[in-house]
Design a protein around this ligand. Structure first.
Ligand SMILES: [Zn+2]
Length: 366
């Protein structure tokens, strides 16, 4: 079993979302491949930390993880199975024809494959769907299936592909009886899903420029239709992960760049990282203050969807100056800085003289 996600991030189980995010940012910086070139241990750690954050930063997946641990991805299926079991004989027995029964539509939507398992209405003769809608209705379009996926900011920049696994129907695994477990072990026959329905693999292309919440429609890849009806659509909903260095603001990116105080004072050149993978040279004019932002046009995110029609196909990159001192300071540098301070004290304008304890009256001027 892999390390517990909470342990990986070094947070308590009741940590707030903010704590989780902070712990992630700290660890992601520490283990980021940029900071640890050619270090497979750090890379593995970086992946684990990312994975832990993916799960714990989302309220829904975190709740499932708290409840089901490593099996959290199958939570929807497990819960659907449990509902069926507690419903007595299960939905298959609900006969057509006037039999009165109460049914909660919240449950229905769970069964219809809002879950990643894609419990489609087709392929299950005598199912509750037949009871509800009647076979006489004949041709029926399959349900749309929604699936969430997480991408890194780099993937959002370049585009990516994901293979989505959907289960057709809701056939219960005969080995474990649908629980996904045999004793305390995971059922190998169904890999813990509790379902024996065949897996469908669908490759989805994620275009460059997606944002959190972007929905990618894959036509006719949802649940199969009934009675010759059209299949539903598959929707892939994207979550873009935060990046340890770049901050995203729409199609723009922000990044902090370290500038030696000497370069800021006298002028110089620094490298600015970009998501394209190579860094750019940026000229720092003499007298640059900390916090100054330089705009690198067209070095932001690619635009997606309606925004792509704009003339600029990429957003901008805003590089914010962070002044850094030599660390550690040599004795010579320390003495030069002391000289600088002395000249500042000597040449300072009069108003910086030491303050009196009594606040000076500003009088009635202005
Ligand atoms: Zn099984």
């Amino acid at each position: 079993m892999a390390d517990d996600y909470y342990t990986l991030l070094g947070v308590k189980r009741d940590a707030s979302e903010k704590d989780v995010r902070q712990a992630f940012r700290r660890l992601a910086r520490r283990y980021h491949p940029d900071v640890n070139p050619n270090n497979p241990d750090a890379e593995a750690r970086f992946k684990q930390v990312n994975e832990a954050f993916e799960v714990l930063s989302n309220a829904d997946s975190r709740r499932k993880y708290d409840r089901y641990g490593d099996q959290w991805q199958h939570a929807d299926q497990i819960e659907a199975m449990r509902r069926q079991q507690t419903a007595g004989a299960g939905p298959g027995s609900a006969g057509p024809g006037g039999q009165s029964f109460s049914f909660d539509f919240g449950d229905l939507s769970d069964l219809v494959g809002r879950n990643g398992g894609g419990a489609g209405p087709g392929g299950r003769p005598g199912s509750i769907f037949d009871s509800l809608f009647g076979r006489a209705a004949g041709r029926r379009r399959g349900q749309d299936v929604e699936h969430r996926t997480r991408v890194t900011l780099e993937e959002a920049y370049r585009g990516a592909t994901r293979t989505i696994e959907l289960r057709e129907g809701e056939e219960t695994c005969s080995i474990c009886g649908g629980s996904g477990q045999i004793g305390t072990a995971t059922c190998h026959a169904c890999r813990g899903t509790g379902s024996a329905a065949p897996l469908r693999r669908i490759e989805v292309t994620i275009p460059p420029g997606v944002q959190t919440g972007t929905r990618i429609r894959v036509a006719a890849k949802g649940a199969p239709g009934q009675g010759g009806g059209q299949p539903g659509d598959l929707y892939l909903v994207v979550d873009v992960l935060p990046h340890p260095r770049f901050e995203r603001d729409g199609d723009d990116l922000r990044v902090d760049i370290d500038v030696p105080v000497t370069d800021a004072a006298l002028g110089g050149e620094v490298r600015v990282p970009t998501l394209k993978g190579r860094s750019l040279a940026l000229t720092i004019p003499a007298g640059t203050q900390g916090g100054k932002v330089f705009r690198l046009a067209g070095q932001g995110m690619p635009r997606h969807g309606a925004a792509a029609a704009q003339a600029a196909r990429f957003g901008d990159l805003h590089a914010r100056v962070r002044l850094v001192l030599p660390d550690p300071l040599t004795e010579e540098q320390r003495s030069l800085l002391a000289q600088l301070r002395d000249t500042q004290l000597r040449d300072a304008p009069r108003e910086t003289e030491p303050r009196t304890t009594e606040p000076r009256s500003t009088g009635g001027a202005r």
